[in-house]
Structure formats: structure tokens, C-alpha cells
Design a binder for this molecule. Structure first.
Ligand code: XUL
Length: 521
């Protein structure tokens, strides 16, 4: 029986999962950067220069984590010789800067030495800026100006220039560190860097992750000459090629064969970004399903057939690893806002369910909330406090029950409004992330969107996406694997109440009007 191996290189850890053809997860391992590699002095996997908003990680830490992860699996008895395909995903947007030496080193990694020692001399920059970096506001404005405005960049690349995206990051490095930039012969993303290491070749960047760079043209899936020119000098030659996510990068390199016992015919499939991978790992690669992830920030994403872009510039379009496109919108006031409500009222999570939500009607009698407790990015607005609207009694002295319902309905009405540009006709919602287990929250999502909500049993959709992509690309039974790995939790389905559509039509209008008046202020 073949097995499939996938990695999830996230901000705080690097995890691996091994799955056999029957859909059985046969091994899992995770290396926590802070706990397991304390010498890097990055307790959460990154280092922050708060004055400037710079946030960076050490690419050598990722390599030590890869060695440690495989080492641990092997010492736990994992047999890698049956692995047929390997793939994975990395946190999006992060960039690794490599000198000329990279091209020779990557093909000749010595299995008797750690990866980090061998790649260290190839780094043209000691650190990799990651997605949490917000230091490139000037560069975003400069790229926007050369391209004729934010919305031009959005129509071309899928997103307006964004501080954390790779293009503005590359521009900043090219301006601030001219000599090191000149020494840079190759710029990889976290995903393509790790895929290169595993395949022993200079890997391409896939459609999913390339779209998070403000450099790829969405129509052609090629580097956009105008954006490349506007970003940094001589950039074209420093970028890898862009390929479909299903591209085979060849067999796993001798380093991994000799050191960990992989068979010489195990193939590496291009890596992608964590969000595109999660789309696949949730079983939502085909249009018709909205995925809502409830985390510190909430995220909404969905497969799209056309590269429709957000005319307001809040949302993003990435390549869908299954082909076509995917949309993604982030909401900064996710769990943080729900926590604030909980603390403000001195209640616990069950109050979001039985006690309070059930004591209030759908649509809250027209009483609502713009539920932003600080700067929001979708839409871009900076409110010092939440805004209540509706009856004077509610606005002046809201009951706990109405306040809770208003917060949740406000969050999901806002999400629904922010999906209009995607021109989707979803049939269901998959809810994931910490708060998704709360039945009251799941029911509110179903009611506001007017769609059934399912919850999946898996919590590692990013790595599962790698498993499904590897199996799909290499002729495995991806259909059966998907059925097993992406199965909903039994009994977790929530269907919308029949009165929901009427109740929310009115509330959504008042919400939009209130929001618009705040934006006009
Ligand atoms: C998406 C984004 C994050 C990172 C890290 O645009 O910045 O989701 O991919 O997970």
C-alpha cells in the first residue's frame, strides 16, 4: 500500500502527516519552533521589530525543523520507504533571498550534514520577512503609483498592494539593502523554498502562492511585466517560474533517500500557500462551498471559476490548486471581538448558545451592531468602539442577550456583504476554527447566509490539502481519500431557519446604511 506525506510550514510550527491509501492517518509529527528550537530565540516562530512593524523568521530554523520532524518520525518507527508522493504548504507571502551558490548547492545536499549548515552560505539575506510584517506602507504606495492606482494592481494581481505581500517586501529590501539585493539570485516563497529542498531542485512557485505576491498576472498566470518593473530592479531573473500546483518536481532528493529512507521513486509535488492548501484539505476545491474559519481573525474563502476581483480592494484572489481561482477575505475582528463581548458582559461561551441566543429572535427585532473593536480591514475602517443601531432602548441600554446576538449577526452580515463581489452561488458552508464547535454560532452563520452549515472532524486541513494534492497528481485514489479525510462531524449540520431570509434582509439594509454613514464621516 502506498503512503502520502504532507507538510504544513506555518508561523509557529512545522507539522507533517502521513496517510495511507485507505485514508488512515498513520503518523503525525509537529516541531514547535519556540519550544523545540529555542536557540533561534523566536518563541512564536518570528522576531518582531515593533518600531518599524518588521516581522521576520530565520529560514535556517525552518530547515532544522524539517530535519527534526523527519528524524523524530523515523525514531518513532515511521517507514518512509512506502511514500509515493510528498507535498505541502507554507505560510503565505514570506520570502527567502538566495545567492548564486543556491543553484549548485540545492542539487548536491550531503546526507551526512544538517540542511541548515549547507544552505546557510546560500542566504543573501539572513532573515525572511513573513506575513505579519506591516513595514512596507511606502512601498505599497510607490507600486500603486507606478501602476496607476490600487485598483489597477488589484485587477491585475488579485489584490491591491498589501504590506505583507511579497512584492512590497521585495521592493523594501531592494531599496534598503542594495548590495544584498544585488547578490540575490533567487527569491523563493516559504512553500517553494521547502519544495526545492525536498526535491533537490530550484522549484517553481505554484499558482496559489504566486498570487499572494502582488506580482502575478491573474489572466496569464505569469509574472506581470508591469508589476515586476514597478517592484524592483532586475527582479525578473530572480523569480522562479510559475507552474500549476499539480506539477511534479521529480523524485525526492538523495539527501532524503539516504538520510531518512525514502524510496528513489517517491515524487515531490509543488507546494502551495497554506490558504489554498486548506481549500483543498477542506474538500472545497470545487465551486459551491464557502469556507469560514473562525480564529483570532476570521477568514472566508471559496473556489471561484472566474478571476473576479474586489472593486473595494478588501478581498484577495489566489490561484486554486485544483485549477481556476479562489477568493479570500480576512476579518481582523474575529474571535478577538467575540472575546471582548464575552468579557464585557462577564459571560461564558455557553451564553453564546443556549441561554442568550435562544432568548432573542432572529434579526434581533432590527437591533444591530457594527462589531469592530479596533481597526478592521474588511471593510477598512478604524472605529474606537462598536456602534449600536436600532431602537433607542437597545442603543442606550442593551440587554446581554441582545448584545450577544447583535455582535454575531453583525459579524456574519458583514461577511456576507464582503462576499458579494465574488459572484458565487454557494450551496453550503464549511465552518472551521476554534469557535466553530459552538452550536449557537454555527446556527447564526446558517441563518444569516441562508445556507446549511457543516463542520469537519479534521483540524489540519492545510496538511490534508497536501495529501490530497499529492495523491491527485500521482494517480492515487484522491476521491476516496477526500471522502474519508473531509467527512463532516456526524450530527454537526445546522440548517437555516425558515424565517431567516426575511429577518436578515431588513437588518442587512440597516447594517449597510450605518456602515456607509460611518465610512463617510
Ligand atoms: C493570508 C495570510 C495568512 C498567512 C499565514 O493572506 O497572510 O493567512 O498565509 O497563515
Amino acid at each position: 500500500m502506498s503512503t502520502w506525506l504532507a507538510f504544513d510550514a506555518s508561523t509557529q510550527s512545522l507539522s507533517a502527516i502521513l496517510v495511507d491509501d485507505s485514508g488512515q492517518v498513520t503518523a503525525e509529527e509537529s516541531v514547535n519552533f519556540g519550544l523545540d528550537l529555542p536557540d533561534y530565540n523566536a518563541p512564536k516562530g518570528f522576531v518582531q521589530n515593533t518600531a518599524e512593524g518588521e516581522v521576520v523568521s530565520d529560514p535556517l530554523m525552518w530547515l532544522d525543523a524539517l530535519d527534526l520532524c523527519l528524524e523524530r518520525m523515523r525514531s518513532n518507527g515511521v517507514d518512509f520507504s512506502g511514500v509515493r508522493g510528498i507535498s505541502g504548504a507554507g505560510q503565505q507571502h514570506g520570502t527567502v533571498y538566495l545567492s548564486d551558490l543556491w543553484f549548485t548547492k540545492i542539487k548536491a545536499l550531503d546526507p551526512s550534514q544538517a540542511l541548515s549548515n549547507q544552505i546557510k552560505p546560500c542566504l543573501a539575506r539572513d532573515v525572511a520577512p513573513i506575513w505579519m510584517d506591516v513595514s512596507t506602507g511606502d512601498e505599497c504606495r510607490e507600486i500603486s503609483r507606478s501602476m496607476g492606482g490600487d485598483l489597477r494592481v488589484c485587477e491585475t494581481s488579485g489584490s491591491i498592494p498589501i504590506e505583507r505581500f511579497s512584492g512590497p517586501q521585495i521592493r523594501k529590501f531592494s531599496k534598503d539593502h542594495k548590495a544584498s539585493y544585488a547578490k540575490t539570485a533567487r527569491i523563493h516563497l516559504v512553500s517553494s523554498f521547502l519544495a526545492s529542498i525536498l526535491s533537490g531542485s530550484d522549484a517553481p512557485i505554484d499558482h496559489g502562492d504566486a498570487a499572494g505576491m502582488n506580482l502575478m498576472n491573474l489572466d496569464s498566470f505569469e509574472w506581470d511585466p508591469g508589476l515586476v518593473e514597478a517592484t524592483a530592479p532586475d527582479l525578473n531573473s530572480k523569480l522562479p517560474s510559475i507552474e500549476a500546483s499539480s506539477t511534479s518536481l521529480g523524485t525526492v532528493s538523495l539527501y532524503f533517500q539516504k538520510r531518512y529512507g525514502f524510496h528513489s521513486n517517491a515524487e515531490v509535488i509543488a507546494f502551495t500557500g497554506d490558504n489554498p492548501s486548506s481549500l483543498i484539505g477542506m474538500g472545497a476545491g470545487e465551486p459551491g462551498t464557502l469556507v469560514i474559519s473562525l480564529g483570532t481573525s476570521d477568514t472566508l474563502f471559496a473556489a471561484m471559476t472566474k478571476p473576479t476581483t474586489d472593486p473595494n480592494g478588501y478581498g484577495h484572489v489566489f490561484g486554486n490548486p485544483s485549477g481556476g481561482f479562489m477568493s479570500l477575505v480576512c476579518f481582523r475582528n474575529g474571535s478577538l471581538a467575540r472575546e471582548r463581548v464575552k468579557e464585557h458582559l462577564g459571560v461564558d461561551w455557553t451564553a453564546f448558545d443556549a441561554e442568550h441566543l435562544q432568548a432573542t429572535p432572529l434579526g434581533n427585532d432590527g437591533d444591530g451592531m457594527i462589531p469592530f473593536f479596533g481597526p478592521e480591514i474588511s471593510p477598512r475602517i478604524d472605529l474606537q468602539k462598536t456602534i449600536l443601531f436600532g431602537s433607542p432602548e437597545f442603543v442606550q441600554n442593551p440587554s446581554a442577550a441582545k448584545y450577544i446576538r447583535a455582535c454575531l449577526e453583525g459579524q456574519f452580515i458583514n461577511m456576507k456583504l464582503q462576499t458579494q463581489w465574488m459572484e458565487l452561488t454557494p450551496k453550503q458552508i464549511l465552518l472551521t476554527g476554534g469557535a466553530s464547535t459552538n452550536d449557537g454560532i454555527a446556527q447564526t452563520v446558517a441563518d444569516v447566509f441562508g445556507l446549511p452549515v457543516e463542520r469537519l472532524s479534521s483540524t489540519n486541513s492545510v496538511a490534508l490539502g497536501g495529501i490530497l494534492r499529492a495523491a491527485q497528481a500521482l494517480g492515487g485514489d484522491a476521491g476516496t481519500l477526500k471522502e474519508i479525510l473531509c467527512a463532516p462531524v456526524a450530527g454537526s449540520r445546522r440548517t437555516p431557519d425558515e424565517s431567516a431570509s426575511d429577518a436578515y434582509q431588513r437588518l442587512a439594509c440597516s447594517f449597510s446604511e450605518t456602515l456607509r454613514s460611518l465610512q463617510d464621516e
